[in-house]
Design a protein. Structure first.
Length: 149
């Protein structure tokens, strides 16, 4: 499915990106990745911080492509993650991993399932990989949206 198809069925909305908004969301993703490394907090909260970084990267890809997920629709996290291949060329096997992390997050948040240290670390590693990919992609494809030093 294309981004235009997702727009047509109401899963996405048109979004006009700007450098200030991109910078703010990119900084939030970096902060969340940093928070995922704080050993003094429980694995569940480290996982949540890493997952937030992943979602913020997915949103950066959508925003930079002129879209945002329709948060009024159920499944907006899934839509954002599944669009990573269309927005930033993320490989399908990585998207499958991100979706598994989304399901783990739902089980933790909505059913109280605990998150292991290993799962938390795996999410953190995936978040770091996606954040690095996002920064490279933005520099290569949308340098106009990056704040100048």
């Amino acid at each position: 499915m294309s981004l235009q198809n997702l727009l047509a069925i109401g899963r996405l909305q048109v979004h006009q990106p700007d450098a200030a908004g991109i910078a703010k969301l990119l900084q939030a993703a970096r902060r969340n990745l940093s928070d995922a490394d704080i050993e003094q907090i429980c694995a569940d909260n480290r996982f949540d911080a890493a997952y937030k970084c992943i979602m913020q990267c997915a949103m950066l890809g959508l925003w930079a492509s002129g879209y945002r997920s329709s948060t009024s629709q159920p499944g907006h996290h899934q839509t954002a993650l599944q669009s990573l291949g269309l927005t930033m060329g993320v490989a399908q096997p990585d998207i499958i991993v991100f979706d598994a992390l989304r399901r783990q997050r739902n089980a933790s948040d909505y059913e109280g399932d605990p998150v292991s240290n290993a799962t938390s670390q795996a999410c953190r590693d995936q978040a770091a990989m996606l954040l690095a990919h996002t920064e490279v992609w933005l520099r290569a494809h949308r340098p106009d949206l990056l704040a100048q030093p």
